[in-house]
Ligand binder design. Structure first.
Ligand SMILES: [Zn+2]
Length: 380
């Protein structure tokens, strides 16, 4: 009788745990957070935020947008006075490692070499790398404009470019002992431009694919993995997804010409566009990226979970997770944490968001992050 009772108890335990498991989603490989690196003077509040908010939210992957905000010893000409230092990187790396957070440094390559009326540091120091040297930045930037100027691009065919880029990539990867590097490569509007004697009349698909592969090969040679944003690989005309979230300048067929071991960050901020499985079906690992609308982020999280649950194994393993993004300048983002009802100020946005200005109904980035994170914390 006692033996029977034990067996019944074991069976009930099994049934109970099966029920719990069916209700608790499986942990996602990537629960990500993407934010710009602080300046040196902003390190203390940034570190506090990582410890007090990011780590308890279950984040295991920090995509740190470095760009040219780093103490580059190979190219000190690219530094500014309050630059994020190598010593800061060591402290951040040590802290994140203790909390189980992997850091993926990001330098936004190809496009995004200017923002509004301000030139980026690379083209400021090396104007010869400018794809469109004859297009001057206006004093007061407006979109749309006669030059179709969104952001400047560098010329991927300039013979001296990659020596500089590879030095920068190596330095930030070394600083974080990184086994992955995020190359950005989003919203490349100027490509194969008529103003560039090297690129004019070249096939834009091949120009984009070749640049992706060139960066990829350098990262891979370091036994590391490349990540990038996915918008240039989506066909905007067919999907209607939008000018910044998808390509309208013909780069999207490059999806079939770039290495499949790149991790794609599939970002959609206003609607939960179901494009993650498109990348997975093409053989890429993919994460869905969200911003300031938690209803969009929660649906993206739900899609990823459902697809991981319902797809065949080869597809399941490509759907890695969800990344919450922050596009407000980091010091302003941190200073506004105590005022969660303040709507996003478009003037405080950094490079990388398109020009879709936040509507009054948008949440703060912190509020959206907390809601998405509270859902992925239910994973068992
Ligand atoms: Zn060019």
């Amino acid at each position: 009788m006692q033996k029977t009772a034990i067996i019944i108890t074991l069976l009930l335990n099994c049934l109970f745990s099966a029920k719990v498991n069916s209700q608790s989603p499986q942990p996602l490989p990537v629960r990500g957070f993407c934010i710009a690196a602080p300046t040196h003077s902003g390190m203390v509040p940034f570190l506090k935020y990582i410890v007090n908010e990011v780590a308890p939210a279950g984040v295991n992957t920090l995509i740190l947008r470095i760009d040219y905000n780093f103490e580059f010893t190979s190219h000190p000409e690219l530094q500014h006075p309050d630059v994020f230092r190598k010593a800061d990187a060591k402290i951040l790396y040590d802290t994140c490692s203790r909390m189980g957070i992997k850091i993926i440094p990001l330098i936004n390559l190809f496009g995004h070499q200017s923002w509004a009326s301000k030139i980026g540091k690379l083209l400021e120091v090396y104007p010869q790398f400018d794809e469109t040297p004859d297009i001057k930045l206006p004093e007061k930037y407006e979109w749309p404009n006669p030059d179709s100027l969104y952001c400047k691009s560098y010329c991927p065919l300039h013979p001296d470019l990659h020596k500089v880029l590879f030095d920068l990539i190596d330095e930030v990867m070394d600083a974080f002992h990184a086994d992955a590097f995020h190359a950005g490569m989003d919203e490349v509007i100027y490509i194969g431009h008529k103003d560039c004697r090297r690129c004019h009349r070249k096939d834009r698909v091949q120009l984009f694919a070749d640049e992706v592969k060139r960066i990829h090969d350098h990262v891979t040679d370091r036994n590391a993995r490349m990540w990038m944003w996915g918008d240039r690989l989506l066909d905007g005309h067919t999907t209607g997804i939008g000018f910044w979230e998808a390509s309208y300048n013909g780069t999207d067929p490059a999806i079939d010409r770039i290495p499949k071991d790149i991790v794609i960050c599939d970002w959609h901020y206003d609607r939960p566009e179901p494009t993650a499985p498109y990348f997975a079906l093409k053989g890429f690992d993919v994460v869905s990226c969200t911003w300031k609308k938690s209803d969009v982020g929660l649906k993206q999280l739900d899609y990823i979970r459902k697809m991981r649950r319902d797809s065949s194994y080869p597809i399941t393993v490509h759907l890695l997770g969800v990344v919450q993004t922050v596009w407000t300048q980091t010091n302003i983002f941190l200073s506004e944490l105590n005022h969660p009802t303040v709507p996003l100020n478009p003037n405080h946005l950094q490079i990388g968001t398109g020009l879709n200005k936040p509507a009054a109904t948008d949440e703060t980035e912190q509020a959206a992050f907390k809601k998405v994170a509270s859902e992925w914390l239910k994973e068992k």
